[in-house]
Design a protein around this ligand. Structure first.
Ligand code: SF4
Length: 431
């Protein structure tokens, strides 16, 4: 979502004649768009500001603005602690960015803009064309979260659930496709909670799939309790919807899920996976796991391993629990760090084996790959198959923006290597 937000920030500042530069030495304004999900997010802000300070030593300082979730969570503290920062702007207040920059040009004030004005924000952004021109583009359709998992800062930094209108999303999707996008990933902290006047995510997918040159649609991130029947069926109904779902579960222990306030059980989760697979057998899953959440014992951890093996996730993102200030879990008693580290290693070893077995099964089979860019000078092209696996092929033909059938010949845990087949039709390969 931050990548989407950063692109929209570039679109926004064009209005006041600022443009993107890759050369930090010539920047008049430096916007650091931050994420609060990972550990030590605030330290990273101070570290980055230190880098800017060095670059601008003996020169006029640029305008320094911190945006994103760290700005929302730590706004006042940041301004207090680091005088080099001129403004903090929360993720629901980007519409105030230009006005803030213009004020700061005149060195008027320090600005703390961290209200939750999400309607105002999107009203403002809708009037500005999305100029992102990536083959695979992001589109924020929903923001915020009402679930309040005990470990998570999102409800406090992005506010409550808000869905953008179908009309504005179709218009922005058309813009992206006109700019060259062949794939759109619909984004939301709770993307499958999307609901605009009773119209759900499946309705939006249906509408967006009518855009002619758009080939692929994805969505992320989903919450198991918001996975409605219509969305399950959408995977069968719409060819453009990719058969890969990121469905965070966090733990395989009902006791821990309860303690996390996840609002679902292991049984609910497995039932859902079962339904989705019965509806479309080629569907695959990735997930997020927190290892060593407060109260996790050996039995809980073994249950998490069992779940991992049962679902055979083709990709997992796993981290040791680390408290986020202000969340309920921050005051819970942590488990021994060495035990948590040991469990993480065990978890990741099993997850890696599952992933590698899955990947080896792809060798000598065909995949449909959408190519996004060229890499190096040897006519190597990078793309992704329907399951988000990275694939590299060598070709004399420029493949950027094309979807091709590829025979996978080799691979490792990060990348698959393949060669183009002669076939032109490249849809619906079971992997
Ligand atoms: S559902 Fe996701 S975004 Fe919402 S509180 Fe839980 S982890 Fe955070």
């Amino acid at each position: 979502m931050n990548e989407y937000d950063s692109n929209r920030i570039y679109d926004l500042v064009k209005k006041i004649n600022y443009k993107k530069t890759n050369n930090i030495h010539e920047a008049d304004c430096y916007v650091l768009n931050t994420c609060h999900i990972r550990e030590k997010a605030t330290d990273k802000v101070y570290h980055d500001i230190g880098r800017v300070k060095k670059v601008f030593k003996n020169k006029n300082k640029p305008i320094i603005i911190i945006t994103g979730c760290v700005a929302q969570a730590e706004g006042e503290v940041l301004l207090e602690k680091e005088k080099y920062i001129d403004a903090v702007i929360g993720p629901q207040s980007y519409q105030n960015l230009n006005e803030t920059i213009l004020k700061l040009e005149k060195r008027i004030i320090k600005v703390n803009s961290t209200n939750f004005d999400v309607i105002d924000k999107f009203d403002n952004l809708n009037s500005i064309k999305n100029s992102n021109n990536k083959i695979s583009s992001f589109l924020t359709i929903q923001e915020g979260c009402d679930k309040f998992c005990k470990f998570c800062v999102v409800p406090y930094t992005r506010g409550s659930e808000y869905s953008r209108s179908i009309k504005e999303l179709i218009r922005e999707s058309i813009d992206l496709v006109e700019n060259g996008a062949k794939e759109i990933t619909l984004l939301g902290q709770n993307v499958n909670a999307y609901n605009f006047g009773g119209k759900k995510l499946s309705h939006l997918i249906n509408e967006i799939s009518k855009i002619d040159k758009l080939e692929r649609i994805r969505y992320t991130t989903s919450h198991p309790i918001d996975f409605s029947e219509d969305l399950i069926h959408a995977h069968l109904e719409f060819d453009k919807l990719m058969p890969m779902i990121h469905l965070p579960v966090q733990s395989g222990s009902n006791k821990i899920l309860r303690s996390m306030n996840r609002k679902h059980t292991v049984e609910n989760y497995l039932d859902l996976i079962d339904k989705l697979k019965k509806n479309k057998p080629s569907i695959k899953f990735s997930s997020d796991f927190i290892i060593g959440f407060p109260g996790e014992n050996d039995i809980d951890f073994q249950e998490t391993l069992e779940l991992l093996k049962k679902v055979e996730f083709i990709n997992t993102f796993s981290f040791i629990f680390s408290p986020r200030p202000g969340t309920p879990a921050a005051s819970m008693k942590k488990i021994d760090l060495d035990i948590a580290k040991e469990r993480l290693i065990t978890f990741q070893t099993v997850a890696q084996d599952i992933k590698m077995n899955y990947r080896k099964n792809l060798f000598n089979k065909k995949s449909s790959v959408l190519f996004e860019n060229a890499i190096g000078k040897k006519m190597n092209y990078f793309g992704r198959d329907e399951y988000l696996n990275s694939v590299i092929v060598r070709s004399d033909e420029n493949l950027i923006g094309k979807t091709k059938e590829v025979k996978i010949i080799d691979g490792n845990q990060n990348t698959l290597f393949g060669e183009l087949t002669q076939n032109k039709i490249c849809k619906g390969f079971a992997a």
